[in-house]
Design a protein around this ligand. Structure first.
Ligand code: HEC
Ligand code: HEC
Ligand code: HEC
Length: 270
């Protein structure tokens, strides 16, 4: 292991214990206890080096047909939105619109937080409310969220850790502007890249790269979510469990190649 990497791996742990005084949300506890290995760090290092921020086009010639609800913008967002755009999914052309649609009513952590040996429960949480307690299905801006010991496992973008993360995350752009391959600021930039790689790795250590498959939730044998306890009625449940779109994705096991990612109406109607 390169000494540079070794010395700094645990730097992020330094401020985490501050939040551990009260029973911290499970996601934070898992960050704290994650084992971080060199291979994963190298991987994260490469991701950060290759990372380029997505900038959204403004003043489109043709305004978006589906206008965003302006109230949505003031909603409390997940911690993940400190760095990820909302909607977050871009890479899988075939699934991304469905995944992004789900992130309006299912928290990121429901699909991505996958701790070992922990039994999670899934309940509605109001994202406009400061509490980590569950709320009714019909309250505003609620999302299905993992709970542990009657507390939501997640933190929000207004959490102190998010503020600290943002400071590290924003450092980069300033450095990137200053530094070129040959310039003296390049060294500083390398350190920032490393700092960000460690941060990325730790934040994602309790997270899965992929969420459950469509069919894991949309089936009536052993569904990932208990739709009855979430308050769905019989009719809604049978609609969700037999939905032709999720069944289509279940049949379509091959993830489309780079050239072939289209969805055909005829495939859906089979
Ligand atoms: C400090 C910034 C930051 C935060 C906070 C953050 N991410 Fe990420 N995330 C990244 C970067 C950088 C990548 C890699 C580049 C990319 O894919 O955009 C990434 C990649 C991912 C990936 C792809 C798999 C992987 O690990 O590379 C998933 C899934 C993901 N993030 C989910 C989440 C979720 C869920 C949260 C909130 C619990 C979250 N992220 C919070 C920066 C962040
Ligand atoms: C309904 C489940 C679900 C929800 C909710 C969800 N994801 Fe994902 N996410 C997935 C799946 C499945 C994949 C893998 C897609 C693929 O096959 O490539 C994925 C992939 C990703 C990736 C890597 C691929 C990409 O397109 O960049 C990132 C980053 C990510 N998710 C972030 C998030 C964030 C942030 C949230 C919350 C705002 C979130 N996800 C909510 C299921 C979900
Ligand atoms: C974590 C569980 C979960 C996963 C994974 C998931 N879904 Fe869903 N999906 C739901 C829930 C719950 C709803 C209903 C939300 C509501 O109505 O409040 C839903 C709603 C839908 C709907 C709208 C149903 C309607 O007619 O109102 C479609 C279509 C759908 N999902 C397709 C998919 C596809 C395609 C995938 C995979 C890319 C997927 N789902 C993955 C849980 C999931």
């Amino acid at each position: 292991m390169k000494p540079l990497l070794k010395n700094s791996i645990y730097a992020l742990c330094l401020y985490l214990p501050v939040f551990m005084a009260q029973a911290a949300p499970l996601y934070l506890q898992q960050l704290e206890s994650a084992a971080i290995d060199e291979k994963k760090l190298q991987e994260a290092h490469k991701q950060i080096k290759d990372y380029s921020k997505i900038t959204l086009k403004e003043d489109l010639f043709v305004p978006p047909f589906h206008n965003q609800n302006p109230a949505q913008a003031t909603d409390k967002n997940s911690f993940c939105s400190t760095c990820h755009l909302l909607p977050p999914h871009t890479k899988n052309k075939r699934k991304r619109s469905f995944l992004n649609m789900h992130s309006q009513y299912i928290s990121c952590e429901t699909c991505h937080f996958q701790p070992e040996n922990v039994q999670l429960e899934y309940r509605w949480l109001n994202f406009n409310d400061n509490s980590n307690k569950n709320s009714a299905q019909n309250s505003n801006n609620k999302r299905i969220t993992p709970f542990y010991n009657n507390e939501a496992v997640i933190i929000f973008v207004d959490h102190e850790l998010a503020t600290q993360v943002k400071q590290i995350w924003q450092k980069e752009s300033a450095d990137k502007e200053l530094s070129t391959e040959e310039s003296p600021t390049h060294k500083l930039s390398t350190e920032v890249i490393l700092e960000k790689a460690r941060l990325k790795l730790r934040i994602h250590s309790p997270l899965g790269k992929k969420g459950p498959k469509c069919i894991d939730c949309h089936n009536n044998k052993d569904p990932f979510l208990d739709l009855v306890s979430l308050g769905f009625d019989e009719k809604e449940i049978s609609k969700l469990q037999q939905h032709s779109i999720s069944r289509f994705f279940g049949r379509y096991t091959k993830d489309g190649t780079k050239n072939e990612q289209r969805l055909r109406m005829t495939d859906l109607l089979q």
